[in-house]
Design a protein around this ligand. Structure first.
Ligand SMILES: CC(C)(COP(=O)(O)OP(=O)(O)OC[C@H]1O[C@@H](n2cnc3c(N)ncnc32)[C@H](O)[C@@H]1OP(=O)(O)O)[C@@H](O)C(=O)NCCC(=O)NCCS
Length: 154
């Protein structure tokens, strides 16, 4: 039995919907996931399978030199074991390396200011707090905008 991180396929939609509903206040609907998996050409979704069960995922997009994380989630019973960190690492490993003009230099994200767990996760993985985006979410909550710089001048 082992852990596997792989690209999501359309067959994963039901499991992804379950994770959405268990992990988010304002979960994405089936149409949103369909769009991410089938229509959004710059989007990537990686899923984490443990013992053949889908327990988490990361959803991100790459535009030229920048990647943006839309969502990362791990089912509650599997939290605190380093799985989200593994997904962040796998995302970075997936970035294209062969085209020097399109090397990913920064990763950006927005996270709810109340989401301490996620903010800790990102800070421990090299993301810095940049600014607050007021009333970013539909319930009026502010977002913290965070950035990780992958290319650092020596
Ligand atoms: C945020 C989330 C993805 C973390 O997943 P996870 O697999 O538990 O995270 P990891 O085990 O990889 O933890 C990595 C770091 O995150 C932080 N973290 C994880 N659980 C935490 C907790 N209960 N309290 C505080 N910090 C926590 C810690 O800094 C931890 O590092 P450490 O183990 O060295 O202390 C998970 O809690 C989740 O799915 N939450 C709901 C969805 C969500 O809010 N996603 C983020 C916004 S899109």
């Amino acid at each position: 039995m082992s852990d596997i991180i792989r690209k999501a396929t359309l067959d994963d939609i039901e499991d992804l919907l379950k994770i959405e509903n268990e992990c988010f206040v304002d979960p994405w609907k089936r149409k949103d996931l369909d769009y991410e998996l089938m229509e959004n050409p710059i989007n990537e979704v990686l899923v984490l399978e443990k013992d053949m069960k889908l327990i988490g995922f990361i959803d991100y997009m790459i535009t030229f030199n920048s990647a943006t994380i839309s969502q990362v989630a791990i089912l509650p019973p599997y939290r605190g074991k380093g799985y989200a960190r593994s997904l962040l690492d796998a995302m970075e490993k997936s970035f294209p390396k062969d085209d020097i003009d399109n090397v990913v230099e920064t990763i950006t994200l927005e996270v709810r200011v109340s989401n301490e767990k996620a903010i800790n996760l990102y800070e421990k993985n090299g993301y810095e707090k940049v600014t607050i985006k007021p009333k970013y979410y539909s319930n009026g909550e502010d977002a913290l905008y965070m950035v990780k710089r992958l290319l650092v001048c020596q």
